[in-house]
Design a binder for this molecule. Structure first.
Ligand code: PEP
Ligand code: MG
Length: 587
């Protein structure tokens, strides 16, 4: 069975499915091999139930006199301890030899059906409570699944509705062959991390988790965005061949491209890497990147026990900067919010998180926390070539506020005799139409800018970057985006400011000639894309690129712009343009 989704991270993988997190009260059936496995499942079930009971009792204790809330909790506790339900789940596991999640879902669905037809409206309304208890227990069982994921005896294809950044970042390339999700888009943060890890991924496969059973064989084609469940022998052979060829091509690219990124007519471009976690620096250095063009520090939350510890931040920035020395490292202050790490920060659920409490909006609202990060960055600035970058600036007042805060932190360090680089460059990300249109007013406050096309595309076209339902409208080649990139580069150069590009567009093969033509000074891309981008830069002449960029500004659609670039590079770079459908379908 073939499913089509969004190709999120290149590569082809073949392996068996590991299902993580299916939120509905249904769970894929997994057959058990032996009575010992069934005993183990019953133990898992009992542990999960007692953990949920413990949680519910704690919540009940903390509720004091809220009678209604306590009544609901007491009902949930009763359900949880109901001997009939518990016995039924256990016997389902033993007799049917199935996993605990499946046995519980089946049993509770039966209970809900009985409740639904009851005459008593009170009982009918309890269906939601049954579902709630079921979800809680399954969530605990999934906790065990997460443990199982860490201890996989064989690498597997991870299948999930969606992945938290923390789940993706905890993965290791050797352990996971590929990622397949119902949700997500080309620039969602799961995608970005998958690329960083070099794991093939297909996202936005709406509903695929209901079709896949644990241990199904999957082919994941991260180039075209295809997933095949339980392929035929013919399909397996075909994809094994492609996988091997793809791997060969990747290895070849890595070997073929030493040295800097230079166009065919000899013009050098800075080609830097986007990183999320410090261990990526080793790979970045192997790829001979010209620096780190974007260090997304919000992901440090994943490895930090206490994200508010200055020393912890300092150690990480110091390590990254000194290992990259003398190459530049652009550290972006925490870009929390949007689709990243919302827990704990938002007391009110936001209807539009991408338009809400995000990035420096949080930082300016919580200056003490932002100061900790600024102090650590400044302290590390004497150990490497560090530049500081602020995300999501839309208002001049924000920029002034950030500069004032930075000034205060500098004064404080000076007063305490702590050294820092007085001349550390400060830049902003241009990732909203507001920043583009008002850029002339912002430039006096900054040393450089970096264009974040992931958000710029999202905010310009009013298309949620992570929503597969509107993914076909999300296009960085749209004339409105291209014209803004052109405007930003021209304006920056007229004020002698340096301008880079660090959104995913910088790593799209067909975008590279255009961006050269627009005149960006630096490309910053996921490390695994560096060989491809370097190769693409190498087959373009600046003169042809300028012509293409100029022409693109009067072309009506993104598709036609892709066709223009495609016709130029098709003979020069055949291996990267896998087939015309890639760009014809916007791939
Ligand atoms: C961007 O918006 O293009 C960008 C690079 O930032 P992020 O993807 O982290 O939002
Ligand atoms: Mg952004």
């Amino acid at each position: 069975m073939l499913f089509k989704g969004i190709p999120a991270s290149h590569g082809i993988a073949i392996g068996s499915a590991f299902l993580l997190k299916v939120e509905e009260l249904r769970h894929a059936r997994r057959s058990l091999d032996s009575p010992a496995d069934a005993e183990q499942e019953i133990r898992r079930f009992k542990t999960a139930v007692s953990e949920v009971r413990h949680d519910l009792e704690n919540i009940a204790d903390s509720m004091g006199d809220v009678v209604e809330g306590r009544q609901i909790l007491e009902f949930l506790l009763l359900l949880l301890q109901d001997p009939t339900i518990n016995k039924e789940v256990e016997s389902e596991i033993l007799c049917e030899m199935v996993n605990a999640e499946y046995a519980l879902s089946t049993t509770l669905r039966g209970v809900m059906e009985k409740f639904t037809v009851m005459a008593d409206p009170y009982i009918r309304e309890r269906v939601a409570d049954v579902r709630d208890v079921g979800r809680r227990v399954i969530e605990k069982l999934m906790g065990t699944e997460k443990e199982a994921l860490k201890n996989l005896d064989q690498p597997a294809v991870l299948v999930a509705k969606d992945l938290d950044p923390s789940e993706t970042a905890g993965l290791r390339p050797g352990q996971i062959l590929a990622i397949v999700t119902d949700m997500g888009g080309r620039t969602s943060h799961t995608t970005i991390l998958a690329r960083g890890l070099g794991i093939p991924a297909v996202v936005g496969l709406q509903g695929i988790t209901s079709e896949i059973n644990p241990r199904d064989t999957l082919i994941v084609d991260g180039i075209h965005g295809h997933v095949i469940i339980n392929p035929t022998g013919k399909e397996l052979k075909y994809y094994r061949d492609i996988r091997d060829k793809f791997q060969e091509a990747e290895n070849l690219l890595q070997r073929m491209n030493p040295g800097p990124a230079v166009t065919e007519d000899g013009v050098r471009f800075e080609l830097a890497a986007n990183i999320e976690l410090p261990h990526e620096v080793e790979f970045v250095n192997k790829l001979e990147a010209d620096g780190i063009g974007l260090f997304r520090t919000e992901f440090l939350r994943l490895i930090q026990e206490n994200g508010e510890d200055e020393e912890d931040h300092f150690q990480i920035y110091n390590k990254v900067a000194s290992e990259m020395m003398p190459k530049p490292v652009i550290i972006r202050t925490c870009d929390m919010g949007g689709d990243k790490f919302r827990t704990g920060l938002d007391s009110v659920r936001e209807a539009n998180p991408f338009l809400g409490y995000r990035a420096i909006r949080i930082g300016l609202d919580r200056p003490a926390e932002l100061s900790i990060q600024l102090r650590a960055i400044l302290r590390a600035s004497v150990h490497g070539n560090i530049r500081l970058m602020f995300p999501m600036v839309t208002h001049i007042e924000q920029l002034r506020g950030l500069r004032d805060l930075l000034g205060m932190v500098k004064n404080d360090l000076s007063a305490r005799g702590i050294p820092f680089n007085e001349k550390m460059q400060v830049g902003i990300m241009v990732e909203t139409p507001a920043a583009v249109i008002a850029l002339d007013l912002m430039l006096p406050y900054v040393d450089f800018v970096s264009i974040g096309t992931n958000d710029l595309t999202q905010y310009t076209l009013a298309v949620d970057r992570g929503n597969p339902k509107v993914a076909d409208l999300y296009d960085s080649f749209h004339p409105a985006v291209l014209r803004q990139i052109d405007t930003v580069v021209r304006l920056c150069h007229s004020r002698r400011k340096w301008v880079g590009i660090c959104g995913s567009m910088a790593g799209e093969p067909l975008a590279v000639p255009l961006l050269i033509g627009f005149g960006v000074d630096e490309f910053s891309v996921a490390p695994s894309l560096i060989p491809d981008v370097k190769k693409m830069i190498g087959v373009v002449t600046t003169c042809a690129a300028r012509e293409m960029a100029e022409k693109s500004l009067s072309i009506e659609t993104g598709l036609k712009v892709r066709a223009l670039v495609h016709s130029y590079v098709v003979g020069k770079y055949p291996e990267i343009l896998l087939d015309e459908n890639d760009w014809k379908t916007g791939g």
